[in-house]
Design a protein around this ligand. Structure first.
Ligand SMILES: Nc1nc2c(c(=O)[nH]1)N[C@H]1C(S)=C(S)[C@@H](COP(=O)(O)O)O[C@H]1N2
Ligand SMILES: [Mo]
Length: 375
């Protein structure tokens, strides 16, 4: 009999923490272009909700220390009724809860840019995507109350961090889908996710989901802020620039087995698992290949299959120790499906990396090591 069956256990703590044996399940930080990017260890995530402490994060100017009692949200510019909203006042509005993914436009940039497949764990390769239950106020309520003037077509959403992160967003779409998110997975937003409030628009690239939101300025024209030029536009193959392409495309990742993992011994049954999502709607199909794309089988989709959310897929596999290349290809309800890396590369300029949604391939060597590969 182990000791813990004989003697009473230890004390609990006021705010629960993961088991001490799970200390390796952590986000990894990288400094990209001078700001910090924290990636979700997707290879360890086994359900559709990312634990809040493991949510990926991109901070261009650090995390501001905001006192929620003093924070205010302004709606101004081309409106009949400018609004100034405190936390207390916001609590009086009806709220909705929605489970949605959030993905950085630059997720999987290494695979988009590197001429050879970098040997990295999944989280470090493509962990700028996470999924949460977001609770907050439908933006339509606040927009209606502010009464935009007829010539208001854009909303410039501004954060209260040091760089005043700001994005110009089309008013009509914001009115239809936007949420002022105040809660994440049942508790107040984490500081890393924009405490005390953020803009959340399901399916839109991470950058548009302005954290520490403090102002929505209504305008007839976009502001062309620093955050929507340069880093967050896509350069097409012919050199033209795709601006305000906000929706994240259909994508999937096999999480088990994935980069730098080893297949269990002895050979035999293994359940391939992963996540699929689309910024346009529900996932209807995920095809999985174990032979580098020569043949495909339809994976099982685990419920719930939600709109613009992680959907879990799985496929049973008998691995007999042969060299294999695993791939997953998701299709959404609008018939959008994932391109091969070659097709994706042909659409964009060589240095373009945003909105990368090509099929991810993992090679499995005879000795069972799993590695990122371009197939
Ligand atoms: N105010 C503010 N909002 C911001 C950012 C920021 O640096 N400041 N980063 C953006 C980027 S690039 C992304 S990908 C998402 C990431 O959201 P998360 O950190 O909650 O995952 O927030 C966006 N909103
Ligand atoms: Mo981002």
């Amino acid at each position: 009999m182990p000791d813990h069956l004989r003697t009473p256990g230890g004390a609990d703590v006021p705010y629960g923490q993961p088991a001490q044996h799970e200390a390796a399940v952590i986000r990894t930080e990288a400094r990209e272009a001078g700001f910090s990017v924290w990636r979700t260890p997707l290879q360890h995530q086994r359900g559709i909700i990312t634990p809040s402490g493991l949510h990926f994060a991109v901070h261009h100017n650090g995390i501001p220390d905001i006192d929620p009692a003093r924070h205010q949200l302004f709606l101004n510019g081309l409106v009949e009724q400018p609004l100034r909203l405190s936390w207390d006042r916001l609590q009086r509005y009806p709220m909705v809860s929605r489970v949605h993914f959030l993905e950085c436009a630059g997720n999987s940039a290494a695979n988009a840019l590197s001429p050879f497949a970098m040997d990295l764990p999944l989280g470090q390769l493509a962990g700028e995507v996470s999924s949460s239950e977001w609770t907050g106020i439908p933006l339509s309520l606040l927009i209606n109350e502010a009464q935009p003037k007829p010539n208001a077509k854009w909303v410039i959403a501004e954060g209260a961090d040091a760089g005043s992160h700001a994005r110009s967003l089309p008013l009509q779409e914001l009115h239809k889908h936007g949420i002022l998110a105040l809660f994440q997975n049942g508790e107040r937003l984490r500081p890393s996710q924009g405490y005390p409030m953020r803009l959340f628009v399901p399916g839109w690239e991470g950058n548009a989901n302005v954290k520490w939101l403090h102002r929505l300025e209504f305008s007839d024209v976009p502001a062309h802020t620093k955050d929507e030029s340069g880093l967050y536009t896509q350069v097409l193959a012919d050199g033209r620039i795709q601006r305000f392409a906000l929706t994240m495309e259909v994508k999937s990742l096999i999480t088990r087995p994935s980069g730098q993992q080893n297949m269990p011994t002895p050979h035999g049954f293994f359940e391939i698992e992963g996540f699929a999502w689309s910024g346009r709607g529900r996932i209807v199909r995920v095809d999985v290949s174990v032979d580098g794309g020569r043949t495909w089988a339809a994976a099982h989709l685990d419920s719930p299959v939600l709109d613009r959310s992680f959907t879990r897929f799985s496929l049973p596999w008998q691995w007999q120790g042969k060299k294999s290349v695993l791939m997953s290809r998701a299709t959404d309800e609008h018939g959008h499906t994932q391109p091969t890396r070659g097709v994706w590369k042909s659409r964009y300029a060589a240095h373009s990396f945003n909105h990368y949604n090509a099929i991810q391939s993992w090679s499995v060597s005879r000795d069972g090591r799993v590695e990122n590969t371009y197939a």
